[in-house]
Structure formats: C-alpha cells, structure tokens
Design a protein around this ligand. Sequence first.
Ligand code: DLL
Length: 433
Amino acid sequence: MNWNEKYETLPREDLKELQLERLKQTIERSFHDVEHYKKVMQDKGMEPGDISSLDDLSKLPFTTKEDLRDNYPYGMFAVHLSEIVRIHSSSGTTGKPTVVGYTRNDLNTWAELMARSLACGGAGREDVIQNSYGYGLFTGGLGVHYGAERLGASVIPTSGGNTKRQIMIMKDYGTTVLTCTPSYALFMAEVMQEMGIDPKTDLKLKSGIFGAEPWSENMRKEIERKLDISAHDIYGLSEIIGPGVAIECEEKRGLHIFEDHFIPEIINPETGETLPIGEVGELVFTSLTKEALPMIRYRTRDISRLIEEECSCGRTHIRMERVSGRSDDMLIIRGVNVFPSQVESVLLDIGETEPHYKLIVDRIGTLDTLEIQVEVSEALFSDEVRRLEQLEEKIRKEIDTVLGISAKITLVEPKTIERSEGKAKRVFDKRKY
Ligand code: DLL
C-alpha cells in the first residue's frame, strides 16, 4: 500500500526537480540561520548561490556527530527555541549525546513519513500495532507512535520491557503488528516459548517492523520462523529525523529511502570521495524539508549500498541495502575488518546454536584476540563434551573461511548472554588504544 501515492511514485525526473528546489531552500536557510554552516561554507569560499544542481551537493562540506557535539546542545538549530516543540537525543554510547529538535512542521513531516513507512511495511488502519520501541529520548517510541496514529491504526504504547506483560497484551488485545528492535523481538519469542504461547495458534501477529540496530538476513528468517510473521527492516537516525528515513516494501530487496525529504549519497569513509551508485560505502544524508535541524551531508557511519533498479512495488524512490554495520563498529582485529553482523550471519547459517552471541576482543601483548561466545540449546549443552567440541570446531573453521580471522569459540549455557529490550550490545572491546 502506498500512503502518499503522489510522492512515493513520482517519476524520477520530477523527483529530482523537487529535490533541487528543496535543496536550494535548505542551503539558503542553513547558511543564514546556522552559524556553523555559514562558517564551514565560507571557509570553502562558498555561498548558497553556488548550488545550482544536485551534483553541486558534493562540493559542500560534511556534517559529523562531532559538529553536533561541538555545538551542544542547541547550537545547530536553525530556529529559535520558542519554535521548538519537541527535543530528542541520539543513543550515543560515548561522550555527550547529540540533541535534536523539531518544530511543529517537523513533527508533522515525521508523522507523515512514519505513516508512510508503516504502510510500506504492510500495516493499515485495521491493524493493532504494539509499539515496543522505548518511549523517551530515543526517537523509536514516539516516532513510531505518532506515525501509527496518523495511519489510523490502533496503537498500544507498551514501550520496551516487562516482557511477560507485553506478551499477555499481545495475546489478549489481538496485536497484529509488532514494532521493536530485532533483538527484542527474538527475546520475546523466547519468553513466549517459556510461557507456553505458540504464536501460530495463540496470537494474531502477522508482521513486525524492526530496526534501530543492524541485523542479518539470517536473523530475519529466524524471527519470521519463531514468531510466524513477515519481518520488515526500518532504518533511521535521530540526526536525520528518527525512524522513517527508509523501509522495506513487500519485495524486501532493500529499503526505499524517502527521497522527497532526504538525499542519500555513498562515500568512501576513508577519503570522503563520493562513490558511484551501487558501490558499498558510508551513507550520507542531506535533509530537504527539516526546519529545526537541517542536516547537510551528515555522515551516518552506517555502511550500505544504493540500489537504483526499479522496484516492482511501484515506488520510484531509490533503495539502500540493509545496513551491514557501522564504520565505527567495525572491528579491526589483526588488520582484518570484522562486522558483528558477519559473525551473526555465519552463526545463523550453521544454525546449530541459539541466535544469542557476543564478541569479546582483547589484546595479549601485541596480539589482538577475538572470542565469540554463543549460546546453545539445553539439550546440546548437556550432551557429550565431544559434541560441543565438534560444534566449536565447525564454527571456528567457518569464521576463519568467511571472515578470514581465527577466533576462539566458546559455547555457553542457554540464557547466559544478556538479553536486550532495546538496542543489543554485542561487542566488548577490552583493548586499550
Ligand atoms: O535508532 C532510530 C530508529 C528507531 C530507527 C526505530 C529504526 C527504528 P538512533 O538512536 O539515533 O536512531 O540510532 C541511529 O542506529 O545510525 C544505525 O547505526 C542504527 N540503525 C537504525 N536503524 C537501523 C537498521 C534510531 N534498520 C543508528 N539497520 C543508525 C541497521 C540501524 N542499523
């Protein structure tokens, strides 16, 4: 279902024209209303009039998380605080969080984009949407909430946590769509099993809209199988608006980026050079309609690829491949680049373990070490030691072949790896730099 047929299926030529018009307005406003943008443009000898085509975008300097931190909390806002009606912040784990603000129009745009996203992910007015993204400073809860209301669905604002109660609500209220992080969806499936609830017969759940953290195709299959649903990937980040930047349609071959509001680029994270469409690199976004916090060439640190081919769903908006990881989550272990999601994919491909794992990186002397702890089922854990050793060896070999790195594999008892109600923490890097 297309929520806004007019914009979602706009011929590409018209879309580009709209983007250029909106880009020029954004640059003009940013230059005049945000000291930071004026300064960085002037440093490059540029002024708004220099942007006369979409290609000119690549001449502009990037914006980074550090820029937001340097202007903490409100320095990057393009409007007076009296125009701001909501403040959120991003889930940074180190240093000060980044603060994002919304005007009334921004909230309206966001709700519209989220309604579009939910519709694209298969939800409609008749659905009962249980929103288990955390409510609060995190954009997931309120972002999905207002989008679901705009869509006209019935929203249950459970937020994260209190999992048994969530499941009781899901059963009793007839939830049809679940929204939360993929790791929390998996945890819910586990708790359902403990409670003796079979999603196939006891629940009306038909789909899930999961995002806010990287997850693999194998993890999707696992969630779909365990919850008996169709799972869609939704992407977004606070700095750009929150959830509602991109989502998978029923084809599930990449996530449509809502290009009437955001221009994506892919760059080489090392050199900053813009890469041709189709190449893998870091995603960069420019906002086109945001009032409070216009973002020009914001470096997301997320690794993806753009897909230009037409989509059979009829949407003309370009797609991005699911995020394979963050450039700053990328572990460099003995010179090899490792993304946690690659490890996840290998583990789930082998399929003999549970989908709960963590990566522990350390340094002994000058040598980096990687240990992968992964849970196995109760039955397997109490099986012969030799069986466990064989499985450890199998995983070790596969990690070595696929990732090109040797790792210590430790199979651990069921339910010993911490579960997550929001974004999962899977990497523990103990190296001192
Ligand atoms: O996570 C917004 C969001 C909420 C998206 C709910 C989807 C659903 P932040 O807390 O600012 O915002 O974190 C943004 O999370 O740069 C990615 O690294 C990661 N991320 C978000 N969605 C996905 C996804 C929200 N579908 C950061 N796949 C981003 C992989 C994702 N990573």
